[in-house]
Design a protein around this ligand. Structure first.
Ligand code: HEC
Length: 192
């Protein structure tokens, strides 16, 4: 019996030591700070937060926050919606409806052909339904220049509405290669 007690205490100590010395929040934060992608996202966040329209009109750029924001549905009130759900002419899975954020809406109304930093589109993916949203595509312009490789944009697409298996990143080539043919990467023909 005593042996088991000692064994249990040793196990607990080992567990405590592992938790204390390996994955402490400080060491995780430090690792993230050194991750170039993390640093870049943070500096993009800072740049966007100085944009006066930041409040809910530019989707959060981090994947999980973005998804939570999408599901909260605020874009429906703040963005300009295409009049109808319609079949996608691209590889976007059946029926879609695109929304432009106020920055993009304003740029389009002014007749511009390139968009300001913070311009964003949200596309609801309905798949074969006409009423039930299953997933989302999102693009956010995060640099003055889109660049011929589309590296000035953050791209996101999830067909299932889950962050797992989502396409996500800055300058994703699979998205940019096709969107490059649009007006400053905008392919939808709806104009507010
Ligand atoms: C083969 C071409 C093609 C590829 C690849 C593609 N798209 Fe699209 N996308 C389209 C077309 C065409 C539209 C216009 C609306 C429609 O018909 O669905 C569109 C529309 C969109 C929109 C609405 C704004 C706009 O430009 O019209 C978003 C957001 C979007 N796509 C995101 C993405 C993301 C993210 C990826 C990569 C995971 C991607 N797209 C890959 C063709 C493509």
């Amino acid at each position: 019996m005593r042996k088991y007690k000692i064994f249990a205490i040793v196990c607990l100590l080992a567990l405590w030591a592992t938790m204390t010395f390996t994955n402490s929040p400080a060491s995780i934060a430090q690792a993230q700070n050194q991750d170039p992608e993390f640093t870049e996202l943070r500096s993009i966040e800072q740049k966007l937060s100085s944009t006066s329209a930041r409040q809910n009109t530019i989707p959060p750029i981090k994947k999980k926050k973005m998804l939570a924001w999408l599901k909260a549905g605020l874009y429906k009130d703040l963005f300009t919606a295409e009049p109808n759900v319609h079949g996608s002419t691209g590889p976007h899975g059946g029926n879609v409806r695109t929304y432009y954020n106020p920055i993009l809406t304003e740029n389009l109304r002014q007749g511009k052909k390139t968009w300001d930093v913070g311009a964003a589109m949200v596309k609801e993916l309905y798949l074969s339904s006409a009423t039930q949203v299953s997933g989302y595509s999102v693009m956010i312009k995060v640099e003055e220049q889109s660049g011929s490789d589309g590296s000035g944009w953050i791209y996101f697409e999830s067909f299932s509405g889950s962050a797992d298996n989502a396409f996500y990143g800055k300058g994703i080539q699979i998205c940019a290669n096709c969107h490059r043919a649009g007006v400053d990467f905008l392919l939808a023909t709806f104009r507010p």
